[in-house]
Ligand binder design. Structure first.
Ligand code: SF4
Length: 334
């Protein structure tokens, strides 16, 4: 575990600690808290595009011409059907996302009854919503409807954030995380790396998340989106991305850390190694970009000697035989 900012900055930039050595430190902590388990999250982009905000990395902002498909809030039946599919995939969390500054009263009117309906039908499927900035009133409504977890990312360090977003502040984001927690929802809060921020910014983000004591940390590896102000940024190289994931674990050892958007695009052939640092992933793609499908993710997890679990169920869901992973040959005795 890393306790000081300086130590973390040095580890992130110091090539004398090989990336695999750093990953091994992360793996020890990851397995101390989560064993060899992996949890799956499945996203629903329940309202796409035309967002009023100007987050420079995001293809869903109305301010950029990105050519994505846009649509208003999907129907209750469509959302319920997506939840059914997520439940059948035995996802831990079904994450309902809208491209909005924050949930209006009308959005709550639309979503809350569906959340309650999903919770009643699929009691093992936990609901996370990511709808933007919260107020006390909207937070209370969502919690009352049955929302288990609220996602709102800090995105980057307090210092770098104003360079990427001007329509709301880092402090407003922090306040939303606190409001969600105060209303009894778990806090899912992470960020995005690879926008050109400094190493210090990345470390400051991870320490801010530790101070906020968030429950879950999704880390997006920026996959440049054409048409956005950051569309021409040079992507992170995979080893640098792995170092960042490892450092996130070393700063937040006991937290649910997720390889989020950009996993496939940035890590490429190295993406299985991310599992040494993270204990959860999104499967079946992201909000506006495709990702690895469930079958291939299951295979990858099994090949790495890990197992998919879901709270409330005792059995794992890997399709491959356990013997194949850890059996007589000891091939994956890590
Ligand atoms: S608030 Fe969310 S959806 Fe809207 S532009 Fe920012 S990141 Fe994109």
């Amino acid at each position: 575990m890393i306790n000081t900012r300086q130590e973390a900055i040095e580890l992130l930039q110091n090539d004398t600690c090989h990336t695999l050595a750093l990953l091994e430190q992360a793996r020890v902590l990851r397995e101390q808290y989560f064993g060899r388990t992996v949890v799956l999250h499945i996203l629903s982009n329940a309202k796409a595009g035309r967002c009023s905000e100007d987050c420079g990395f995001c293809s869903q902002s109305a301010r950029f011409d990105t050519g994505i498909e846009t649509y208003p809030v999907i129907s209750s039946d469509d959302l319920f059907e997506q939840a059914r599919v997520a439940n059948e995939a035995r996802a831990e969390k079904f994450c309902i996302v809208t491209a909005t500054r924050g949930p209006t009263s009308a959005l709550c009117d639309s979503l809350c009854p569906t959340v309650t309906r999903i919770k009643e039908a699929f009691p093992l499927l936990k609901i996370c919503t990511s709808l933007g900035l919260l107020t006390e009133i909207t937070a209370a409504r969502l919690r009352e409807a049955g929302v288990d977890r609220y996602n709102h990312n800090l995105e980057s360090s307090r210092n770098f954030f104003p360079q990427i977003v001007s329509t709301h502040s880092w402090e407003e984001r922090q306040d939303t995380v606190r409001i969600a927690k105060n209303h009894g929802m778990e806090a899912c809060c992470g960020g995005i790396v690879g926008l050109g921020e400094t190493r210090e910014d990345i470390i400051d983000l991870f320490f801010s998340l530790r101070e906020l004591n968030v429950d879950s940390i999704p880390i997006n590896l920026f996959n440049p989106r054409p048409g956005t102000p950051y569309g021409d940024v040079k992507p992170l190289d995979p080893m640098a991305a792995l170092r960042i994931l490892a450092i996130a674990r070393l700063i937040n050892p006991s937290k649910d850390i997720r390889a989020a958007g950009g996993r496939e695009a940035i890590l490429g052939a190295l993406q299985p190694l991310a599992l040494f640092a993270v204990n959860s992933i999104f499967t079946n793609g992201y909000l506006t970009t495709p990702g690895q499908n469930l079958t291939d993710d299951e295979q990858m997890i099994a090949d790495m000697g890990y197992e998919i679990v879901r709270e409330g169920e005792s059995e794992n869901i890997n399709h491959r035989d356990t013997e194949t992973r850890t059996g007589a040959s000891g091939r994956f005795k890590i």
